[in-house]
Write a protein that binds this ligand. Sequence first.
Ligand SMILES: *[C@@H]1O[C@H](CO)[C@@H](O)[C@H](O)[C@H]1NC(C)=O
Ligand SMILES: *[C@@H]1O[C@H](CO)[C@@H](O)[C@H](O)[C@H]1NC(C)=O
Ligand SMILES: *[C@@H]1O[C@H](CO)[C@@H](O)[C@H](O)[C@H]1NC(C)=O
Ligand SMILES: *[C@@H]1O[C@H](CO)[C@@H](O)[C@H](O)[C@H]1NC(C)=O
Ligand SMILES: *[C@@H]1O[C@H](CO)[C@@H](O)[C@H](O)[C@H]1NC(C)=O
Length: 737
Amino acid sequence: QPLPTLSAPSREVPIKGVQGDSLELACAPVPTPLVVFWSFTPPGSLAPQPIAVTNGAEVKVEPGALTLGTLSLRNSSLVLEGLHTAAQGRFLCQALYSAGGELHTAYSYIILSVLVPVSKPQVRLSSPSPVEGESLVVACVIREGTGPVSFAWQHQGPQGSRGALIERTEQLLHLEPVNRTHTGWYICSAQNEVNRLNSEGVYLDVIYGPDEPVIRVEPLSISEDRYWASEREEVTLSCLAPSNPPSRYVWLHDHTQVHSGPTYVIACARQAHAGHYTCLAHNSHLDTHTQATIQLTIFYPPQGQPTCAVFPGAGAVVLHCSWPGGLPEAQLQWEGPEGTSPSAPTNLTWTHPSTQLPNGSIFTCITQHPALARPVLCRITLWEPSSTPICSTKVTAEDQFIMLSCEWPGGQPSGSLTWYNKEEQLLGSSRSSPAIQLLKAHEGLAGKEFTCRGTHPLRNPDPECRLQLEAPRLVVDQPHVSVLEGREALLGCLLQGGSPPPQLHWLCPQQRPVDPNTPHYTLQQSGSWFSLILHDADPARHSGIYHCFAWNALGNASHSVLLEVQRYPAPPNVTISSLTYGRQRSEVRLQWATKGPGNLTGFMVQRRASSPGSGAGVWERAAGDIEPESRGRRLGGLDPGILYSFRVLALNHRTAGHPSEVKTPVDPPFNAYPAVLGAAGTGMVVATVASLLVFQYAVRHPETFPREAPISTITPGSPLEPNDTPVNVTITVTATP
Ligand SMILES: *[C@@H]1O[C@H](CO)[C@@H](O)[C@H](O)[C@H]1NC(C)=O
Ligand SMILES: *[C@@H]1O[C@H](CO)[C@@H](O)[C@H](O)[C@H]1NC(C)=O
Ligand SMILES: *[C@@H]1O[C@H](CO)[C@@H](O)[C@H](O)[C@H]1NC(C)=O
Ligand SMILES: *[C@@H]1O[C@H](CO)[C@@H](O)[C@H](O)[C@H]1NC(C)=O
Ligand SMILES: *[C@@H]1O[C@H](CO)[C@@H](O)[C@H](O)[C@H]1NC(C)=O
């Protein structure tokens, strides 16, 4: 940069220089000056001081002039390097030159102003950490700088947000009072004619708080100024109290500390979590506290399920819905086929007209509770019982009371039943099925009529049933029954009426009630028939007068049946035509014939042992089931030592005829003996006598002699015709000991 060259004017020239810079002050322009002389007059002084002189060849600089800077002369110009502020003042240059042989002097006056640049400004806070509300001065300080100096301010938020220019140009910022918005970095800049410099940032930390805490509850549910949460929900309580330094938080639940920190989480809310929650905020720097309290309510639904019921009303149905408990109370509302009821908490009763309501109408009780995501429903389906009531009677307490019973089960609501007597007087009160009415039993009640009337909101007109009390009435099927012996007899008895239902008995001829467990008897009841069946009828035991007997609390009835058990027609008489011993005395051969008219189905042979000492024994059966065509029989298995008598009876079914005459067996004609005694030969009396002895021995000891010989070989010629005349010979074999 060329130094400014000034020709010496005749008047004062103002010049500005900047401290430290270089400057050339030109003298008046004259041709080849002989001497140039520079002097300086500081401000406020009148005496100029010489600072440099040159004669063109030599230069002389006054040492004292070094306070102005580094001085030198370039031709007639004064060069100032490293300008000092002391160089401010009046410079005078005098140049001596010759022109036309004469010496001339030229002057030039220069008024030099030395400008100082502003130094780097610094931000100074009257207090680095003021408390909100105090007064604070922020100053922009410069060490030097030629005025006028102007200032500019920039403020940057604590989080390094972009700096904002503050519209103030003063060197001092008065923050009065200081508040939290003033927190942050401050930068100032200073500027004069020469330069402009920015300060470093200085941080202003305003201490404040804590403010009144703000509590947030999540999930947020507010009702009537209270916070509430549902049971089992996760509830988050957060507290915020702005403060510098930041607040420290403590949570109290009903005065007991439960948590420290800004956020208190209740993972699963229970009823015990209800209550007051206080958030305490603390500024440790200022030791100041603030607090806030909220009330938390834990909502829980009522236990179980809502219950509903329906009752009959006058031309209406009365619907009840109830769900007690819970916090808050559940809200209930009925919804019917034609609209809804007003809603009410906990208990709700709605009376709805029943006319026109069809069978199967549905009413729903809708219950809502803030702790439940969905409403809980309780449903009632109205229906009318089908058909009509059924009346019946019974007796109780050993016939002392008659019980009228009326049944009409089912229905929603259930039908109600009322008993009336014939005069339409109410007996007792209305009841649901079964409706029981007790009457003291007496005969005067016979013939009385009673009506049971059912009412149901959906049913019109009212259905009813009737009953009439009466003593038993009965008839017998046949008053006279006759059967043959061994057959089955049926005695029928028909109950024609009786209310309460009578009890029935058959009385046997001995006037005892027939027990169904008795052999021969079966009692059978089907419908109104009550029959007595007699099996295997016996004329002697079963013939007689039977009674069918019925009774109830109002009276009794009885009818008799005569039963005749008849024998079959008598079989014919029988006579024994022949009765002889067989080859041994343990056998007899019997032949018989019938005599006279009669039907027969078989024969029976009886025998009787007659021992000499004790007389005649009892008749016992020797053979039965003998075909009616048979007229003869061999009978074995006799004790040869015993004398038997025999008789024969003809049978017609079970009827036995007159027994035949009694006979004892005789020995067959003697010519039968050779067969027995074959081995002994004939013609020898001794031998024969001996054989007889053997025979007798054989009779006594039948077990040692073979008995294989058939009877027919014993008596080959004996007559077998049924009409044989009886044998009148009796041989008595006496076994002598
Ligand atoms: C100054 O002097 C030098 C010789 O020292 C000369 O060359 C130069 O031209 C002069 N300058 C002026 C402006 O007179
Ligand atoms: C803080 O002070 C400034 C001015 O100094 C004012 O505009 C602002 O409203 C104040 N803020 C608060 C929170 O007091
Ligand atoms: C009404 O409906 C129910 C079933 O929904 C049925 O059992 C009943 O018999 C019905 N009553 C009449 C009188 O139709
Ligand atoms: C059968 O025998 C009985 C007694 O033995 C007698 O009374 C009756 O008259 C006899 N009947 C005939 C048809 O001979
Ligand atoms: C014998 O019985 C037959 C049939 O069983 C019958 O036809 C006949 O009349 C009876 N005779 C007598 C005598 O009763």
